[in-house]
Design a protein around this ligand. Structure first.
Ligand SMILES: Nc1ncnc2c1ncn2[C@@H]1O[C@H](COP(=O)(O)OP(=O)(O)O)[C@@H](O)[C@H]1O
Ligand SMILES: N[C@@H](CCC(=O)OP(=O)(O)O)C(=O)O
Length: 520
């Protein structure tokens, strides 16, 4: 049972490797049944659950008695169509045995690029959840070609979790957690228990996973980054013991409630992970991470004044409670429950998992959609003045004067990525020798250097061709140059959004703005 006084929204993503056998592609009926039991228990406790289920292609392969995925896209799409039918029938059958209604939701990226359709999808989820139904989500593989594909269900689950403002996203897979390297290839891989910021994580996720899975760990990290930015606690854990979800949620909830209360100065030093080998059993493992994690989250809840600025922007610290266990710890770890006492002095029993901490300042609703629902069709390179104007507390829109360079071809009302450039100061004295500005850092313009790439998104009011003509100009020049000017803004402030790391750089009041920001 989940010890939460309020209703939680939990998104559970199950990868292909957890749904069907890697070689035979036979459905893993016992796994699926256990998951169904867990989800139904959560429902009976009044929590809201969404299942993101992969497996259409795997199940389709088995139905057609094919050994592996064909290379041809249209063949894969046909197989997915066959498999999806069987997959949802299987889920429906299992949930029906326990009287739980389900609904199928198939999405492509294109479906959520349009704001109204995004809202429609969010409203449908909301209705289904309030009816007590379990939405079962998959990518609509039959329609999705590369340009309009999420590409993997990890990303889709991250977007779904953000869309419904979930409390938890569980990425259930065939390993216990994230390791510092692939445990299938490296038996000495070390588990990573808590991640504060995915961007600064040091783990090798470059190697592929199971034969049936799509993205391996790399796409799980993308999903974790996406979901945590929306305030969703994200967990990677093994799928074969779904009831672990209860232990993990209880553990996280108790950390949350403890982090609201002052941390005692007698908190023990940061403990080490206790885990025998990289490829562990399914037994729940207890750790004594609670106090340390509580301490960490208390720090997050009352952060010290930030010293982050754009030019010096560094990622938050990453906490990876990683340690090579000594042989004595190895023996101890599987058998002893060493939870740090909670307020009621009960040790907590926690199965192995990786927990990605949610951002305290969550990106929600329209901003989440701008950053993650849209697909950028090009890049606008803006100067630092424009960046300051767009991110200060009384945010401005983007004017032509702040745009230095345009890359890609796009139409009006399409989305672009934003990159910030800085002008390299030139020596006053012409005789003074200084390094001539170069394009070494990948800057598209001589005399400028790149401060930060892909800091945010903007929906533009002018096409790339039009912006090429008016970039660097005053707004009053738009009409003479383009012969018409619907708006002075290249992008309205409601149509721009910045990733959390770049959202509010310190000292960016906009007061000292010059040039573009004067106008903005
Ligand atoms: N650093 C890592 N830590 C854990 N697993 C990793 C890591 N790097 C690669 N992997 C691989 O990722 C796999 C899980 O991804 P994947 O096969 O796509 O699963 P799913 O079908 O559940 O999405 C694991 O089986 C593992 O082999
Ligand atoms: N939509 C595809 C799954 C794609 C996918 O992301 O698979 P996985 O990496 O196993 O979660 C299918 O249903 O087969």
């Amino acid at each position: 049972m989940v010890k939460s006084t309020r209703q939680l929204t939990i998104v559970i993503k199950l990868g292909t490797s957890s749904i069907c056998d890697e070689k035979t592609h036979e459905p893993l009926i016992s796994n699926l049944s256990l998951l169904v039991e867990t989800v139904v228990k959560l429902r009976r406790e009044n929590h809201r659950v969404i299942l993101v289920s992969s497996g259409a292609i795997g199940i389709g392969l088995r139905k057609l008695k094919l050994e592996k995925r064909p290379k041809l896209l249209s063949k894969c799409q046909a197989i997915a169509a066959i498999g999806q039918c069987e997959l949802v029938a299987l889920w429906d059958k299992l949930f029906s045995l326990l009287g739980q209604p389900v609904a199928q939701v198939l999405l492509t990226r294109n479906d959520i690029v349009d704001r109204q359709q995004y809202i429609n999808a969010a409203n449908t989820f909301s209705e289904l959840l309030s009816m007590g139904v379990i939405p079962i989500v998959n990518e609509n593989d039959t329609l999705a070609v590369s340009e309009i594909k999420f590409g993997d269900n990890d990303t889709l689950s991250g977007i779904t979790a953000g869309m419904v403002n979930a409390d938890y996203l569980f990425l259930m897979t065939d390993v216990d957690c994230l390791y510092d390297k692939n445990p299938r290839l490296h038996p000495d891989a070390k588990p990573i228990m808590v991640v504060d910021d995915v961007s600064s994580l040091r783990a090798d996720v470059s190697t592929a996973g199971s034969a049936v899975g799509t993205g391996g760990m790399a796409t799980k990290l993308i999903a974790a980054k996406l979901a945590t930015s929306a305030g969703v606690t994200t967990i990677i854990t093994r799928s074969s013991v779904p009831s672990n979800i209860f232990h993990i949620v209880n553990y996280c909830q108790s950390i949350k409630s403890q982090s609201q209360t002052p941390v005692r100065s007698s908190s023990p030093p940061l403990p080490h992970t206790r885990h025998p080998t990289a490829t562990s059993s399914d037994d729940p493992i207890s750790t004594d991470l609670l106090a340390a994690a509580t301490k960490l989250e208390a720090t997050k809840l009352s952060p010290s004044p930030s010293s982050t600025s754009l030019s010096t922007a560094t990622a938050h610290h990453t906490v990876t409670f990683v340690n090579s266990p000594t042989p004595s710890q190895q023996t101890q770890s599987t058998s002893t429950l060493v939870g740090t006492p909670t307020s009621d002095k009960t040790p907590l029993k926690v199965p192995l998992h990786t927990r990605f901490l949610p951002r305290t300042k969550a990106v929600r609703d329209r901003h989440f959609w701008l950053l993650h629902g849209l697909k950028p069709h090009g890049t606008l390179y803006i100067d630092q003045g424009a960046y300051n104007a767009l991110t200060r507390s009384n945010r401005a829109g983007l004017l032509p004067v702040g745009v230095v360079c345009v890359h890609g071809e796009f139409h009006q009302l399409e989305a672009v990525s934003l990159t910030v450039l800085r002008k390299i100061p030139q020596p006053q004295d012409a005789g003074e020798r200084s390094p001539s500005p170069t394009l070494d850092d990948g800057s598209p313009v001589r005399g400028y250097s790149v401060v930060a790439r892909d800091v945010g998104r903007a929906i533009v009011n002018y096409s790339s061709l039009e912006i090429q003509k008016i970039k660097g100009m005053k707004s009053s020049d738009i009409k003479p140059v383009l012969e018409s000017a619907d708006t002075e803004y290249i992008s309205h402030r409601d149509n721009t959004a910045f990733f959390p790391k770049y959202e509010n750089p310190q000292g960016n009041s906009g007061d000292s703005s010059k040039g573009s920001e004067d106008e903005a």
